[in-house]
Ligand binder design. Structure first.
Ligand code: URA
Length: 242
């Protein structure tokens, strides 16, 4: 256990013991505890920090276990042609998760999502809304590269989607951005084209999901740039409130 984590769980233990002590004193007639505003504020901040650190540790642990499981996955034929499983990377407590389609050649070689040309554009999009790649979490519908970057087959999506669902459960982000038709249509269970579903949030469990064009589509068709910029600005505004 790292120093920060130990300090957090010790602090939570002290708080719990204090709570129990005050409950007992209340039964014995204690009616008021006087605490200055500054002390109260400092206590609240410490509790929040401790909770945040414990949550972060839990999410990171769940993602690590899941990534090890996915690393040995042979549920579909893509396991025979992949070089690396591309599980995902980023902040385990991200408030914003980007979900793409599937790894391409660069991602397959490096085992990391969105590191090729489309990935570089995604990095610029993230930075344009004043975030860093390390603030968000980035992953895909499929964890293995379809040969020749063909569109994922529906049975491949079926095999792989439980990994993504568990990833999202561990991270529990308030905001998700689905990049491209495959991600948006799979997560929203619709067949509508991107032009019909982008530009507004859709409910996804307890999160809000924004579909937008895939960066690879943007590279092929720069006319999509205006729409993507609109979509990510909506995300940026919501991000500041959540
Ligand atoms: N395209 C995707 O959908 N995902 C990646 O990781 C890279 C390119």
């Amino acid at each position: 256990m790292k120093h920060d984590e130990r300090a957090s769980s010790e602090l939570l233990e002290v708080i719990e013991l204090t709570r129990q002590f005050l409950e007992r004193e209340k039964l014995r007639g204690l009616q008021h505890v006087v605490m200055g505003r500054e002390t109260w504020g400092a206590l609240e901040a410490a509790v929040q920090k401790a909770h945040g650190s414990v949550q972060r540790k839990d999410a990171a642990h769940a993602l690590k276990q899941l990534s090890e499981l996915a690393g040995g996955c042979t549920k579909c034929n893509l396991s025979e042609t992949r070089t690396n499983v591309v599980f995902g990377e980023g902040n385990p407590c991200a408030r914003l998760v980007f979900v793409g389609e599937a790894p391409g050649a660069d991602e397959d070689r490096q085992g990391l999502p969105f590191v090729g040309k489309a990935g570089q554009l995604l990095t610029r999009i993230i930075e344009a809304i004043q975030l860093k790649r390390s603030d968000v979490y980035i992953c895909n519908i499929l964890k293995c590269r379809p040969p020749g970057n063909r569109t994922p087959a529906s049975h491949e999506i079926e095999c792989c989607i439980p990994y993504l669902m568990k990833q999202l459960e561990a991270i529990n982000p308030p905001l998700i951005c689905a990049l491209g038709n495959v991600a948006a249509q799979t997560l929203l269970r619709v067949k509508s084209p991107m032009s019909r579903i982008r530009g507004r949030f859709h409910k996804f469990g307890g999160a809000l999901l924004m579909p937008t064009y895939h960066p690879a589509a943007l590279l092929r068709n720069p006319a999509y740039k205006k729409d993507v910029w609109e979509d990510v600005q909506i995300i940026q505004r919501e991000y500041e409130n959540c």
